[in-house]
Every structure is written in structure tokens, then in C-alpha cells.
Design a protein. Structure first.
Length: 301
């Protein structure tokens, strides 16, 4: 397994949060370079099992030769279906480290990074059809405005959407460099930060990251044994809010306080991390990517 491929964030904190039983069945929803999986395997005995998901075909080269591990080349939104297929209807723990692996950022032709010229692709699963270029070509001004505002938290998202719609009539937005040049007149503040926010929004939309996260969380609640742990690492405030609300109330909406209504909800999870766990100073020095990482852990009731 390759640590150069991707350095796992909050490594020790995540493994401790999962509270691994040597004979348990665990799922790593985001295998990547296999860093967290390596830690799980070290804590499992001969009878333990690890099922790993990754929709990116490149990740399969990191799977170790170990008969306790099963690689599923799929998006984690199909969690329940593939666990059933491999005869694991219930599991002891599930981990998801959301976001993009360092490897994906470093491969210029994948289109995830502003550092290289390459196609505006951004598909984590190369089998899917929609690319970032397709999205920029076909989305309405309103759709573009909404996605840059929500997923990129871009300050002038309305202006940006209007600018793209106007520019695409004259220019084919297919490559990163030409897209960056086209954006130049509307960039606000630090150009690198601005472009990173725009790219993040496109990536989240192309891969339906929020939809996949919600699907996975609901299925995780169904497949975890009582006492089983769910550990999620997020890198974005929207993801973190979704996880926080789901752990707290088993749904994705913000809970409203009704002073005259007291509805007793069945509590699905017991929250283990009262506040999200963040990187230590030492980890921040070693891995700048851990700066925005937040770990939340909950236990199935």
C-alpha cells in the first residue's frame, strides 16, 4: 500500500475512534492509498475482515496481498448492496475519509488541480459520463450560480455564473488553462484560493458528492451492528454539517426548536466525539492537507 499515493489524515484518532475488535468486520469506504486500511488490518486478527470501496480504478493497485481484504471498485453509495453480495449484512465499523486523494490532485490529466493544464474532467469514476466540461457547457446560469455559492462558497457566484454563460458562447471550455484565463476578469481576492473554490464546487457536483454521502450514511445506519462505530472525516463545512445532523438526529435537516412540541425521536447513534476532532500541530506541520479535516465518530445504538 502506498503512503506516497495519499497520506492518511487523523490516522491514529480515526483508528482509536473505530475501537477495532480483532475478529470484527470493517469497511473503508474510501480506500485510496490504503493508509487507514493498513492500520485497520494491523489491529485485526486472522478472523477479521475488511471490505474496501473505491470508485477510482487507480486505487486498486494499492490493495495488499491479504486474504482478509476485499476490494469493491464502486462508489460507497452502493455500500449495502455490495456488503450483501459479499455476505456481510452487518458490520462492526465503517470509515469514510471524504474529499480527493493527493494522487488524484497530482495526476494532471484528471483535471482536479489548478496546478496543471489538462482536460476539465474531474470524474473520480472514469466510467461515468458527466465531466466538468459537460457541466460548464450545459448548466443554466441559475444552476451554476447555486453550485458555486453552495459548494464553493464563492463570494461573487452570481457574477461568475453570468460570466461563464456569456463566455461559453465564444470559447469551448474544455481545458484548465483556457478556463482559468476566461475566469481572470471575475476573480476576487487571492486567485489561487478563488480558483480552488471554483474547482471544488465543480468536482463536488460532477461526482454528486453530497448525494453519495447521504446515501452512504443512511445505509451505514442500517448495516452497523449495535455498538458498531461510524467514523467520518470531512473537509468541507457542508459535509461536516450533514454528518453532524445525521449523527445527532438521524436526518439531514437542521433541527428546529419548538418550545411547545416535544417529539421523542428514536436515537440511532450515540455521539462519541462531542466536538469534531482536528489535526494536532505536529500533523499540520507534516501534512498541510489536514488543516481543514474534521473527524466525527458515532456508535450505533
Amino acid at each position: 500500500m502506498s503512503s506516497a499515493y495519499h497520506m492518511p489524515v487523523l490516522y491514529q484518532e480515526t483508528l482509536n475512534g473505530l475501537d477495532i475488535k480483532p475478529d470484527g468486520v470493517y469497511v473503508d469506504c474510501t480506500f485510496g492509498g490504503g493508509g487507514h486500511s493498513r492500520g485497520i488490518l494491523e489491529r485485526l486478527g486472522a478472523d477479521g475482515k475488511l471490505i474496501v470501496f473505491d470508485q477510482d480504478a487507480d486505487a486498486q493497485q494499492n490493495v495488499p496481498d491479504d486474504n482478509r481484504i476485499t476490494f469493491v471498485p464502486q462508489n460507497f453509495r452502493h455500500l449495502q448492496r455490495f456488503l450483501k453480495l459479499y455476505k456481510h449484512n452487518q458490520v462492526d465499523g465503517i470509515l469514510a475519509d471524504l474529499g480527493v486523494s493527493s494522487h488524484q490532485f497530482d495526476e494532471g490529466d484528471r483535471g482536479f488541480s489548478i496546478r496543471f493544464d489538462g482536460p476539465l474532467d474531474m470524474r473520480m469514476d472514469q466510467r461515468q459520463e458527466l465531466t466538468a466540461a459537460d457541466l460548464l457547457k450545459t448548466y443554466s446560469q441559475q444552476q451554476l450560480h447555486k453550485l458555486f455559492e453552495q459548494y464553493g462558497e464563492v463570494s461573487n457566484s452570481k457574477t461568475l455564473a453570468a460570466h461563464i454563460v456569456q463566455a461559453r458562447q465564444k470559447t469551448a471550455l474544455t481545458g484548465i488553462d483556457s478556463f482559468r484565463a476566461m475566469l481572470h476578469p471575475v476573480v476576487k481576492g487571492n486567485p489561487n484560493k478563488y480558483l480552488a473554490q471554483v474547482f471544488q464546487a465543480l468536482r463536488m457536483e460532477v461526482n454528486d458528492e453530497m448525494g453519495a454521502l447521504k446515501d452512504m450514511l443512511q445505509q451505514a445506519a442500517a448495516v452497523l451492528k449495535p455498538g458498531g462505530r461510524l467514523a467520518i472525516i470531512t473537509f468541507h463545512s457542508i459535509e461536516d454539517r450533514i454528518v453532524k445532523n445525521f449523527f445527532k438526529q438521524g436526518s439531514f435537516e437542521e433541527e428546529e426548536d419548538h418550545p411547545f412540541l416535544s417529539v421523542k425521536k428514536e436515537e440511532v447513534f450515540r455521539i462519541i466525539t462531542k466536538k469534531p476532532v482536528t489535526a494536532t500541530d505536529e500533523e499540520l506541520k507534516r501534512n498541510s492537507r489536514s488543516r481543514s479535516a474534521k473527524l466525527r465518530v458515532a456508535e450505533r445504538q
